[in-house]
Design a protein around this ligand. Structure first.
Ligand SMILES: [Zn+2]
Ligand SMILES: [Zn+2]
Length: 426
């Protein structure tokens, strides 16, 4: 029987039975975001259409084919947001957040809209979350964003996760690579699908992204951007990979990973789960660095990096596993202060070890003076501060400061988790 009213194509209800999965994802996000000092932001569903055609990029599928755009009665061209990043960047500029201590770490979630071809697991109104770090060019942030994406999925019970990473260069080296790539594909033009023949003019990098079989064959022999990065991009990417090594994350380099959006620079990544038989279940969380977006939208030159994920796909896989999630969490009792590059890198690993041991730890990876960090710990009312400086990092110990008594002692790195477990138990 045909119903008189039903959800529109690509729209869906979240029924009471499914709420727990969405809630679990919300809670997990919230606690991990808080753990890494992200603050919540909410932006409107409706924005100027221009924000996305400029920010996301006029030549992208999202803007070109999928965005819901319409005119208001007043004649303004507005769009239902297809993603969060341009909105968050807009808010950063509009609210003068460059005046805050940098980086500004923000996270958000809510409905986004894309008028896609209906297919399994894809919706036209879907829930998305996004984490954005603005005002930081240090590659440790790329590493941390990837780590957080990975953590969220691990926490939700995903096991066979693979992180694919690539660097797509910046305005210094990418134009040159585009030329090389274009001439490679131009000489093989007739072997490309019709979409890619068009992309050859508009956005040759996207050809690397094409899922058509004939294009897959052509791109197998294509030049790789990794070999054509400028010195700065090369160095940045190397450091990102060093962070991933340090954090012991399972990553692979994928030279064809470009992501479909215009604003990405340097690091791009996707996290996917593979099933038992090695088949990819699709991308669950993805993102990258976008050092030019804020400036492009009229703000100051601001380096930034972020990640986003869709609720429905994650929830569908959680449901397929058949275990109902449970909900609970608590606040930090330890503060991890670090000084200097080596310490910063090593402390990220330590920070992660604490998280795995389910001991909540607060940090401020970005602020460099110890005084500022101790003040932050004090403000948070935290008694135990672990100080990780250059000397500590080299000699593999950590200094524990009791903020109540002002006393300090040294603990070897292998014992720190055990020892702190006992301290906070009391
Ligand atoms: Zn193609
Ligand atoms: Zn470069």
């Amino acid at each position: 029987m045909k119903l008189k009213y039903q959800t529109l194509t690509g729209m869906h209800d979240i029924l009471p039975d499914d709420q727990i999965y969405f809630k679990k994802l919300d809670k997990t996000l919230e606690s991990i975001a808080k753990y890494y000092s992200f603050n919540r932001i909410d932006t409107p569903v409706l924005e100027a259409a221009d924000l996305f055609s400029k920010g996301t990029g006029a030549g992208t599928d999202i803007v070109e084919k999928e965005m819901y755009v319409f005119r208001t009665k007043g004649g303004d061209s507005v769009a239902l947001r297809p993603e969060f990043t341009p909105s968050v960047a807009r808010s950063y500029i509009e609210n003068g957040m460059h005046n805050l201590p940098q980086p500004v770490k923000l996270w958000t979630s809510g409905p986004c809209f894309r008028h896609e071809k209906p297919q399994a697991g894809r919706y036209r109104q879907f829930l998305q979350f996004s984490l954005e770090v603005l005002g930081e060019k240090n590659p440790s942030i790329d590493g941390q964003i990837i780590q957080i994406g990975y953590d969220i999925l691990r926490e939700l019970g995903f096991k066979n996760l693979i992180i694919e990473v690539n660097s797509i260069g910046d305005s210094e080296c990418r134009p040159y690579f585009k030329k090389i790539l274009t001439s490679y594909f131009r000489s093989r033009r007739t072997s490309l699908c019709s979409d890619c023949q068009r992309r050859l003019k508009t956005n040759p990098l996207r050809i690397l992204d094409c899922k058509e079989e004939k294009c897959q064959r052509v791109k197998a022999g294509a030049p790789q951007i990794i070999d054509h990065l400028c010195k700065n991009c090369h160095c940045h990417f190397k450091q990102v990979l060093e962070f991933l090594d340090e954090l012991e994350l399972p990553y692979t380099l994928n030279s064809c990973l470009v992501r479909g959006l215009d604003y990405y620079t340097r690091t791009v990544f996707e996290i996917t789960e593979t099933s038992e038989d090695g088949k990819s279940q699709g991308t669950l969380i993805a993102g990258g660095r976008y050092d030019n977006l804020v400036k492009l939208l009229g703000g100051r030159d601001t380096s930034a990096c972020g990640a986003a994920g869709g609720y429905e796909r994650i929830v569908n896989l959680m449901k397929a596993r058949g275990t109902k999630p449970s909900l609970k969490q608590e606040g930090a009792k330890i503060f991890l202060a670090q000084l200097g590059q080596t310490a910063k890198r090593k402390s990220m690993k330590l920070f992660e070890d604490f998280r795995r041991a389910k001991i909540p730890v607060a940090e401020s990876f970005s602020k460099d003076s110890l005084k500022t960090q101790l003040r932050t710990a004090d403000k948070l009312g935290i008694r135990w501060v672990l100080i990780f400086g250059q000397k500590e990092a080299l000699e593999n110990f950590i200094t524990l400061r009791d903020m109540e008594t002002g006393t300090q002692k040294e603990i070897s790195l292998e014992k720190v988790i055990e020892e702190m477990k006992n301290k906070i138990k009391r």
